[in-house]
Design a protein around this ligand. Structure first.
Ligand code: F6P
Length: 370
């Protein structure tokens, strides 16, 4: 495809929104317009694609999107797109609009949909480049060191924990702060390091409930020790730990009462607060670079690929598709089936990436375990 002949490119955001999605769309619109390709914004993710809820976007339309949180295109978790019938309906819409490339910005489920749609198009002889951009605050996607949204979410958690530490210190209390991360403890682990927390609970540790309570009791005993103690405790807990924060508090309170340790505990669940807010400078920049790379990937006719940000090539990990250094040395391209397979390994704990994260946390932040 030459620059002048680029067919329209459609873009959608899908799944849980992530701060940085808007700057990414803005970059896509800017780069595609400069190449002479019309850009179609699809509203409400795959649901909007199936329904043909599409409108042309110009650079003027997305002016100011650099600093907007959430997704201004709207997003959805679309059950209909999980069926062949739903994907066929979406493909027909794309053909109707004569779209040559679809850029999907989202997480695991969204990229699974992108892979299946790319395969469907190829099997029906439809010339369509489907390109994924990783966006999910959980940082649970493989083949990218960061997904869009992670940096902002982490900064939000750090800010919240700093505030909680102020009140925890004033009242000499112990706080368990729960942060998002459905199946992945990355946000909890990195937030614990960044806030100087006293403890961290994350699913990759695969701790039994009793073990967890034992270790929290030790952390509290140490912190409230009259000689040189600090008289407050912050524990960051990942949502992915399959035990409710309120249950952990209850069990811990029982234990503290039995041990005659008069420490007050509180739970604070940050929830969706972590997903909102204006994107950080890093998320804006990564979004801009991945958005640029995705348009270029469409221009080069790539199908069923994801653009990864600054990937660590660990031993045992698959090889990238070729780095296209002429595009951006920080961006690499990966077949979506490899991304999804490796993501599964991150989620089930067998990935070298997961093992490396856990080992590094234990070795580089020994204060976090008791
Ligand atoms: O996008 C990822 C995520 O924020 C997870 O951390 C969380 O478990 C989930 O989405 C919440 O999804 P929903 O907004 O649909 O409740």
């Amino acid at each position: 495809m030459t620059a002048e002949k680029l067919a329209p490119i459609a873009v959608l955001t899908s799944g849980g929104d992530a701060p940085g999605m808007n700057p990414t769309v803005r970059a896509i619109v800017g780069v595609a317009s400069a190449l002479g390709a019309p850009i179609l914004g699809v509203r409400r993710g795959y649901q909007g694609l199936i329904e043909g809820d599409v409108a042309e976007l110009t650079p003027r339309d997305v002016d100011g999107w650099s600093r907007r949180g959430g997704s201004s295109l709207g997003s959805s978790r679309c059950a209909a797109f999980r069926t062949e019938q739903g994907r066929l309906a979406a493909l027909m819409q794309l053909e109707r609009w004569q779209v040559g490339g679809l850029i999907v910005i989202g997480g695991n489920g969204s990229l699974t949909g992108a892979k299946l749609l790319g395969e469907l198009a190829a099997s029906r002889g439809v010339a369509l480049s489907v390109v994924g951009i990783p966006a999910s605050i959980d940082n649970d996607l493989a083949c990218t060191s960061l997904s869009i949204g992670v940096d902002t979410a982490l900064n939000t958690i750090v800010d919240a924990c700093d505030r909680i530490l102020d009140t925890a210190s004033s009242h000499a209390r112990t706080f368990i702060v729960e942060v998002m991360g459905r199946d992945c403890g990355y946000l909890a682990m990195t937030a614990a390091v960044a806030t100087g927390a006293d403890g961290v609970l994350f699913p990759e540790a695969r701790q039994h409930e009793d073990e967890m309570i034992d270790s929290l009791e030790r952390i509290i005993q140490h912190a409230y020790d009259p000689v040189g103690g600090k008289h407050r405790v912050l524990v960051v807990k990942s949502e992915g730990v399959p035990i409710d924060s309120s249950r952990i508090k209850e069990r811990l309170d029982e234990r503290l009462r039995a041990g005659n340790l008069p420490v007050e505990t509180r739970v604070s669940v940050l929830g969706h607060v972590v997903r909102g807010g204006a994107p950080s400078a890093t998320d804006r920049l990564i979004g801009g670079r991945l958005g640029h790379a995705a348009v270029r990937a469409v221009e080069r006719g790539m199908n069923g690929v994801m653009c990864g940000w600054h990937v660590l090539q660990l031993p045992g990990q698959p090889e990238m598709l070729g780095q296209h250094f002429d595009l951006d040395p920080y961006v690499s391209f990966w077949p979506l089936d490899v991304v999804l397979r490796e993501t599964e390994r991150i989620l089930n704990g067998t990935s070298e990436v997961t093992q490396w994260r856990v080992r590094l946390l234990r070795e580089a932040a020994p204060f976090l375990s008791a």
